[in-house]
Ligand binder design. Sequence first.
Ligand SMILES: CC(=O)SCCNC(=O)CCNC(=O)[C@H](O)C(C)(C)COP(=O)(O)OP(=O)(O)OC[C@H]1O[C@@H](n2cnc3c(N)ncnc32)[C@H](O)[C@@H]1OP(=O)(O)O
Ligand SMILES: O=CC(=O)O
Ligand SMILES: [Mg+2]
Length: 749
Amino acid sequence: MAPQIHSDQGYKSRYRLFVDTPLIHFIEKELLPGSGMSVETFYESLTALVQEFGKKNRALLKKRLDHKNQIDQWHKDQREQGIAFDAGAFEQFLRDTGYIVEAPEQVKVTTPGVDPELATIAGPQLVVPVKNARFALNAANARWGSLYDALYGTDVIPGEVGQGYNAERGEQVIRYARDLLDELFPLQEGSHHDVSCYRVMDNGFAIKLSSGVMTTLATPEAFKGFQGAADSPSAILLQNNELHIEIQIDPEHPIGRTDSAHVKDVVLESAITAIQDFEDSVAAVDAEDKAEVYRNMLGLYKGDLSAEFQKGDKTLLRSLNKDREYRALSGEQFSLPGRSTLLIRNVGHLMTTPAVLDEHCCEIPEGILDTLVTAVIARFDLHKKASDPIRNSRTGSVYIVKPKMQGPEEVAFCSQLFARTEQLTGLVRNTLKMGIMDEEHRTTLNLKACIAAASERVIFINTGFLDRTGSEMHVNMEAGPMVPKTDMKHQQWIRSYEDWNVDIGLQCGLSGHAQIGKGMWAMPDAMANMLEAKAAHPQAGANCAWVPSPTAATLHAIHYHRVKVTDVQQSLKGRQTSFSNLLQLPVMPAPEQLHPDTIQRELENNVQGILGYVARWIDQGVGCSKVPDINNVNLMEDRATLRISSQHIANWLHFGICSESQVREVFNRMAVVVDRQNADTEGYTPMAADLDSSTAFRAALSLVFKGLTQPSGYTEPLLHKYRYRLKHDRDLNSFARECQRSKEAVAEI
Ligand SMILES: CC(=O)SCCNC(=O)CCNC(=O)[C@H](O)C(C)(C)COP(=O)(O)OP(=O)(O)OC[C@H]1O[C@@H](n2cnc3c(N)ncnc32)[C@H](O)[C@@H]1OP(=O)(O)O
Ligand SMILES: O=CC(=O)O
Ligand SMILES: [Mg+2]
């Protein structure tokens, strides 16, 4: 059977490409109308990009493999010769083989037109799988979040949330919020706890205490504006460290009614930026999935995305929030952004997509398709008038986060791809900005050269420590058995990597121009712990850090009120983390001392996470899940955490820390546990009853048993393979193979 090229289903010939129907529908009926780009120009442009960049893309992937083989051999030789690891010798070898390159002495980012949300405002960065419109909208709207809700609904306030309103818990929330106001916006006299009235007078913000004393803020300039009438405002706007807080007042509201100053909520500017993710948190294996991802992104950029959903017994309709209007003391009206500034995480250089085949019937690089579609989508935002109520960038930029790049050649390649895409889509040069995920071994070691390779485009460097951990294990797979997963974050390499990223960012002039970011908080329900732990991110000089939910964004915002990141960055200038510490390996010094119980527990924990995540990925196409670990702590699992777990078991198998039969036994047993955990999950397909015929179970096994040979230890090739097979009842590439065999089809192009 030849591919269906001219039917309503299957691939259709478009210019020099074959495009699968669901994507054609999206491109021709949804994306291009109103974009100013014709159908012909779009496919001509895509063909040009594939022809100009496809071969280079493949060559870069081949280079990854060459380096990996060389490093494997070096570690093997050292082991066989009984040579103790020496970071200096390793560094020399990596320099000799061109894995580490010379960076220019002076590197300075010169990125033009960066919005203040990325350049100067320090605050939380929310990440969201864009394939889920309800979540994607929620993330875009998470610029402002209720502190009362964030406290009431999480373990920051101890005890059960329970059903119905718990007045005692409510009291604790109000006390917490008043303490915070006292800390961030102290009064000249008294405390926010004792306020009976907030109002605006001709000469400024006036606060009446229950004692009758009139006072105001210790720093009166922190008052920025208000909503409602001056003598009975409905909102008071305060600012600290470039972040805003609204005290909301409503005497009719159930909470405001009982409050001495009728405060109904304290709302924090929260997710200053949000990454709409096409990548680690998304399952998009075919044209239908890609169209869904792109459709939501288009709606966010056009401003018309909405999602209707059921919550409890209510049907809700969610759309994008408008900007917020205020009046200043002078009487002047002004507005603040109502939405997070959005970044878009495209996929990396590795994957190809069956949504589009080239003239040889081969899948095209997915990153190339993402770049072009992102640029066309962005035109809708860039062409909006300044008065448009829903604009993303006010400075004419498009923020693309590029994951999993390995080294400066790959960054340069990406920058060239962006430049050519700008030409083809009529965008001004350097409109497409680049966020570099520092999440691969070779990128960390060459971070300065990576920044140099895109110095006119860089808008962030971010420590994606989850992928970086998977990368560390895969690159050094042959060095020896790795420490247990929980010990990984205490290893020398990871501590140095976090500091190194900040040092290089500061040296390259990112402060005040771009984000130096820290990674994800992967325990979405452990908000009390997060409040403790994530204070370290601004203290380390990072002006943004990832959070998994809007609630987490609101709580994490508190840290940026407490720490002025620019001051920290100033104090860190000139620091230079040891390069050789970056190369220290996370290998166990005495694996023979590992207790069998520790091995068993480690396996069970990893396997439970793998199965819990993979089952939903393969069967339901859910790319990011909350999965309980062995201690029943809910963890955010995505492809990066899966990379860690699967590489870890693969490594222990390789070095005989555990046996194949032991691993299989744990998999079989954990399938029962995961089935039980999902007993009430709608659409869940149990695995344990028939393990051999469970596609998800087989996918999970292969991630471990084929872990050593997966490119860079990534999980997406196998996840895509199994999900595609389940969805389509045929293999990825089967159309491409048939198409290649079909002389007529090719001749027709
Ligand atoms: C290594 C990396 O690459 S990290 C980056 C990739 N990871 C991510 O992007 C994580 C994003 N987070 C998520 O996907 C989710 O928070 C999960 C999967 C971890 C947990 O999801 P759930 O179990 O559904 O969360 P939970 O039930 O606690 O909360 C759901 C509510 O929170 C909202 N929510 C949760 N996470 C997010 C988010 N990231 N963005 C926006 N809203 C969110 C949902 O919209 C929902 O609210 P609603 O009912 O008003 O729509
Ligand atoms: O993408 C983020 C990571 O930690 O990996
Ligand atoms: Mg990652």
